[in-house]
Design a binder for this molecule. Structure first.
Ligand code: TXA
Ligand code: MG
Length: 342
């Protein structure tokens, strides 16, 4: 399959690009498009065969449910029931935006493979002009996971989508780099208090300001059946083993020296300020303690590591508050919990 990449820049006449995307989707195909978090790979959420193509292109396990993207807030009632007052408040505060709300689904509306094995459906209204225009011109909801091959970091640029899915999908709408850089927060509104299943672009602090205390699902790496099925899969893993390391320039320098003495090639993902010139590669991801900037740049840095022949990656941790919770959640997965302590 030939993969077309169409730029949908704000300053150009993009009618043709959207028309192509809508045609492909209406004919049961898939299209990659930017959202404010990461690029998504969309198919019409009520078309089972089209949704099947998402799983095939991504190599995604078929029991992992997809987020349904809507272009208007009111559409939530077409798909979900039991919408609480707290949920209304969250939708008012965050939509369009990086918050996915999980509700009881109205049976028989979305295709069965969108919500395999669960009685719920995750919905969000993305805050990106391209995603919103696409949804509105289409007039239907899109089931859309991140547009990466399963196990790769989510794409924050059209080039990342191309890297992973070239030849497997017909069209990528290129809207430039995504603004947030990490996926949406997923919150289970069927529980009381609601439970954050995946930290992301809407922080726990921001959510609690609107509806009061929520829970954080801490069991995601434990043995119990995860409530968000995606949590049980290895995610975001670069090719070389990744270790999280404390933000101490001298400790990092020593680690690099030790590893290089062992004959290893070392890549470091760290703040702009550290000058670890001995590292074979240093990918700077923003000012120290700025977890929001780190979120923007982390996935690109992980992909850059994969383009090197590093034997080991050291990723400098950030603070846990605000965006840091989501950043450290992704690093925990990419490292499988490994910390560099030596
Ligand atoms: O920012 C995002 O959320 C991006 C953009 C494209 O919207 N999408 C995204 O989708 O990250 P995906 O499929 O890569 O991750 C969706 C996560 C998975 O962990 C999945 O298990 C969980 O959300 N999820 C989806 N529907 C769910 C449901 N009904 N119940 C529990 N978890 C659900
Ligand atoms: Mg994903």
């Amino acid at each position: 399959m030939n993969t077309k990449i169409v730029s949908v820049d704000n300053f150009m006449d993009n009618d043709e690009g959207y028309k192509q995307a809508v045609d492909i989707l209406k004919n049961g195909g898939v299209v990659a498009f930017p959202t404010e978090t990461v690029y998504g790979l969309g198919a019409i959420a009520t078309d089972e065969q089209a949704v099947q193509k998402i799983f095939e292109a991504k190599g995604r396990p078929s029991d992992n449910p997809l987020i349904v993207h809507i272009g208007n807030k009111a559409d939530v009632r077409k798909y979900a029931s039991g919408i609480s007052e707290a949920a209304e408040k969250l939708m008012d505060a965050f939509w369009p935006g990086p918050l996915t709300l999980v509700f009881e689904k109205i049976p028989g509306v979305v295709a069965p493979n969108v919500t395999p094995g669960v009685s719920t459906v995750g919905l969000r209204m993305p805050d990106h002009p391209v995603a919103l225009r696409l949804l509105r011109e289409l007039g239907m909801a899109l089931a859309a996971p991140s547009a990466n091959r399963s196990g790769k970091p989510s794409p924050t640029e059209a080039a990342h989508v191309e890297e992973d899915l070239k030849g497997l999908i017909p069209l990528i709408l290129d809207g430039g780099q995504t603004g947030i850089g990490l996926e949406s927060t997923v919150i289970d509104m069927t529980m009381s208090p609601p439970v954050i299943l995946r930290p992301g672009g809407a922080t726990q602090e921001m959510i609690e300001e609107v509806i009061g205390p929520v829970q954080f699902n801490a069991k995601e790496t434990g043995g119990k059946t995860p409530r968000s099925p995606g949590m049980k899969y290895l995610h975001y893993a670069p090719e070389a083993p990744l270790y999280v390391i404390v933000p101490d320039e001298e400790k990092i320098r020593n680690a690099v020296t030790t590893l290089k003495n062992e004959g290893k090639k070392v890549a470091v993902i760290g703040p702009d300020e550290f000058k670890v010139t001995d590292a074979d590669w240093y990918f700077a991801v923003g000012p120290i303690h700025d977890s929001e900037k780190m979120a923007v740049n982390l996935y690109r840095a992980l992909r850059q590591c994969d383009l090197t022949d590093a034997d080991i990656i050291l990723a400098v941790e950030t603070d846990l508050n605000g965006f840091g919770a989501a950043v450290m959640n992704r690093l925990l997965k990419a490292s499988e919990g490994k910390n560099y302590t030596d």
